[in-house]
Write a protein that binds this ligand. Sequence first.
Ligand SMILES: Cc1ncc(COP(=O)(O)O)c(C=O)c1O
Length: 381
Amino acid sequence: MAVGVDGFSAGLGEERLPAYVYDVSGLGEYVREIVAALADGPEVFYAAKANADAPVLRAVAAEVAGIEVASGGELEHVRRLLPDARIAFGGPGKTDRELRLAARLKAERVHVESPYELRRLAEAAEGEGRDLDVLLRVNLAGDRAGAALAMSGPFGMDPGLIADCLPILAAAPRLRLRGVHAHLASGLDVPALVAQQREILDWARPWLARAGVTLPEINLGGGMAVDYARPEARFDWAAYGKALSSLALPGETLRVEPGRALTVHHGWYVTDVLDVKTAHGRAYAVVRGGTHHLRTPATKNHDQPFRVLPGPRHADAPSVRDTAVTLVGQLCTPKDVLARDIPLPRLSVGDRVVFAMAGAYAWNISHHSFLMHPEPSFHYL
Ligand SMILES: Cc1ncc(COP(=O)(O)O)c(C=O)c1O
């Protein structure tokens, strides 16, 4: 598909740049393979926060068991696009309005973050006259070494606090405790993820048994690693599926909710070089757009992988040869860096730059309004 993306990108007129290009058919196939690799283990929900763009979401939703949303806005968006989807609603700081929406828009599971939230969910369920199924979100202590992002701090409840939920549930006829939810870290490879999930299961099983939950559900979260330094590499879903199938017990439902590792590889941010120059011995290329469209390298402090498609190459166009080049955007901030000191045989004004791994936490986490540059165009292959 890379050839298809490059061909399409090369054919985009300058007036349509920058552009986001999504390979939705490749994405659907990829997610189908992932779900097949996990067939003997957990069911897969997609964390919509990674990318809830409508065609992307539809392509993923066609393959997975459900969608995890983390705000009332995501809940409304997903329910509008996918009227029949199974939805799990999580996230910290849910308002009363959002808790009522959970009932009204038929969230199949609500992931509860605190005893106070649980009390207000009970009131919302009463007010809406609907029953709701609950997973309590647990925040286990522990060393999250190797994680790109550890969800320590305010997320969920530690094992002491979570006990306060049981009397609240006992007094809430419209709430039913179905299990626990945990998402402890992001960016874990297979061994680290499996070790963490084993830890969750070891805590959750006896706790749920003591709480009287039969046929429990345990949502093990997302956080499967992707490697921005190796865009061709993929998370080893087959090894992960094998490991998890050996952890699963009959009678319980395991669920995972990955975001990044599902969609990141099937989106590209395509732009062109506006200027090339050297400053204090360092070569810079200024590209159209920048981190207000693709914030990922700034938030994760990495070089966004890219390839260069040669442009028209006018004889007088500024260019550099056999040089390490830093690619920056159009923003008036030294933080607007997409990739640093990347050795290139040649880069010239007018060349196309196709940034890969822009299918997750890219456009939707970027500060679009800063400097009021035009928004990118969007394309679906
Ligand atoms: C509760 C929860 N579930 C799932 C995810 C998805 O994580 P990832 O995109 O790393 O797979 C996140 C991400 O922050 C999260 O907070």
